[in-house]
Ligand binder design. Structure first.
Ligand code: MG
Length: 185
């Protein structure tokens, strides 16, 4: 068997519906908007994608398994708590973040004016310099990747590295805390 690699990448995706009566939170930053994202937590689609990217890098259970939307604890909760919780699990495995890159697909509101604030916010949560967090704000260009004025989608990728002098703690897969799906009759 090959030794556990020093570097691992992770990929995350999420999408939420835009609705009236919700604050729009992206990357932990409040974006002025008539519409916000629907969801159990604060529905920060970008932090959810990043959380899954970090968990995926270490093949850990995903955000839905670790922070279930059936748990009242996460009702309207800041998604920063999930991101920090995921990164804590990554660090517990002996890895740290080298860099992250993110794509937001959103027609409205325009996100470019908020790009620096969002990158700085994410960098603070993950304890890295803002120039280690990339962010591209894209429009749908008429595709159905995210629906105009109806949803926002986010993609995130991360690169993590094993901390020097840390022995691998990845020998066995982490079990998914969700109960197994009953077999269909
Ligand atoms: Mg989500």
């Amino acid at each position: 068997m090959n030794p556990t690699p020093k570097y691992r990448t992770g990929l995350g995706f999420d999408a939420h519906e835009l609705v009236a009566g919700r604050r729009l939170m992206l990357g932990g930053v409040h974006i002025p908007s008539k519409l916000g994202l629907a969801g159990h937590s604060d529905a920060d689609v970008l932090l959810h994608a990043l959380t899954d990217a970090l968990l995926g890098a270490l093949a850990l259970p995903d955000i839905g398994a670790l922070f279930p939307d059936t748990d009242a604890k996460w009702k309207n909760a800041p998604s920063e708590l999930m991101l920090r919780g995921a990164y804590q699990r990554v660090r517990a495995k002996g890895f740290r973040l080298l860099n992250a890159d993110c794509v937001l697909v959103c027609d409205q509101p325009k996100l470019v004016p908020h790009s620096v604030a969002i990158r700085t916010s994410i960098a603070r949560m993950l304890d890295v310099q803002p120039d280690l967090v990339g962010l591209q704000a894209k429009t749908t260009e008429g595709t159905r990747l995210a629906l105009k004025r109806k949803s926002i989608a986010a993609f995130a990728t991360v690169l993590v590295a094993r901390k020097p002098g840390t022995r691998s703690r990845l020998r066995s897969p982490t079990p998914d805390p969700r109960p197994p799906t009953p077999a269909r009759p």
